[in-house]
Design a protein around this ligand. Structure first.
Ligand code: SF4
Ligand code: SF4
Length: 147
């Protein structure tokens, strides 16, 4: 039996090399106001109808989640623009990241399709937790063309 098997120690410098899918470079998020009115939900329903777009709520509030791989993610999980990468990438620590635990574990709500969000909206308004239609959205809306 070989007694000299080297023990690999994972350090902050080597950790990303063990991360096969480079999860932190394959999505973006955008904070949004929590939906309150029918108009708000209607807008979100349109957004989650698009492939790779989800909406979630965690302890910090509501977010849009776009599953989209960064153009600069190179083979082997390297950053193709490492020296000039955006500040948000520089600030991201691998100290306790998605390699250790999926972010979804901390989501209070997650909707990744039209139907799940529609059902949630029905429940919300059945319970009457908010004044339906009481707030106008300031977000840009899709405009319909006249027939
Ligand atoms: S920071 Fe975490 S999720 Fe991102 S590549 Fe490194 S180990 Fe993977
Ligand atoms: S710029 Fe580099 S570090 Fe930032 S998301 Fe893209 S591949 Fe990842």
């Amino acid at each position: 039996m070989n007694q000299n098997i080297p023990i690999m120690v994972m350090t902050p410098e080597t950790k990303c090399g063990y991360c096969t899918n480079s999860k932190c470079c394959t999505y973006i998020t955008q904070k949004i106001d929590g939906p309150r009115s029918h108009d708000d939900f209607d807008h979100l329903l349109w957004q989650v109808s698009h492939h790779g777009v989800s909406v979630y709520k965690d302890s910090d509030g509501w977010y849009l989640l776009f599953e989209t791989r960064c153009d600069h993610l190179a083979t082997g999980g390297r950053c193709g623009i490492y020296e000039t990468r955006p500040q948000i990438c520089r600030d991201y620590s691998n100290d306790y990241c998605e390699f250790d635990e999926p972010a979804e574990r901390h989501f209070k709500l997650l909707f990744n399709d039209y139907e799940s969000l529609r059902q949630y909206r029905e429940q919300r308004f059945r319970r009457g937790t908010r004044a339906a239609g009481s707030r106008r959205t300031k977000r840009p809306r899709r405009t319909r063309r006249s027939p």
